[in-house]
Write a protein of this length. Structure first.
Length: 143
């Protein structure tokens, strides 16, 4: 792997960004059951983890609210030599700027998480977006 990648899930509050990124983590641990991971926060509603997939470090931060720990997590991921970062941000502001500051070192792919007006479809939309991000990470791992 030569290039460094960031997959960003952005959107307004309460559209399922954190839930979706936890699903990405679940897909990664399912696909790579022997990959060790380090949970950097106590159990709670959001996750900060680093997964070692055959020597490629993947950092995941699901908290992307304004004034959240995103900038601290990004610093931790960089110190841990993560080649792939997966995170959440809002549509604009500090969290978006934190991610933009990773350029040009990282290639950034933005995934827009929209509100789902039909509650019965929210889980399906979260699953679909998690699969999209997982596929992007898989591609980044092999390139």
């Amino acid at each position: 792997m030569k290039a460094k990648h960031v997959s960003v899930l952005y959107g307004s509050a309460d559209v399922g960004k954190s839930t979706t990124l936890k699903k990405v983590f679940a897909l990664l641990t399912e696909a790579y059951p022997a990959a060790p991971f380090q949970n950097l926060n106590p159990p709670g509603s959001d996750i900060t983890v680093i997964i070692d997939i055959s020597g490629i470090f993947v950092g995941i931060e699901s908290q992307g609210d304004p004034n959240s720990r995103l900038s601290v997590s990004i610093d931790l991921f960089k110190k841990a030599k993560c080649s792939i970062v997966i995170c959440a941000t809002r549509n604009w502001g500090g969290t978006v700027n934190t991610v933009k500051d990773l350029q040009p070192e990282f290639n950034i792919v933005w995934h827009h998480k929209k509100s789902e007006p039909k509650p019965n479809l929210q889980e399906q939309r979260n699953d679909e977006m998690a699969q999209t991000i997982f596929n992007a990470v898989q591609k980044a791992i092999i390139t």
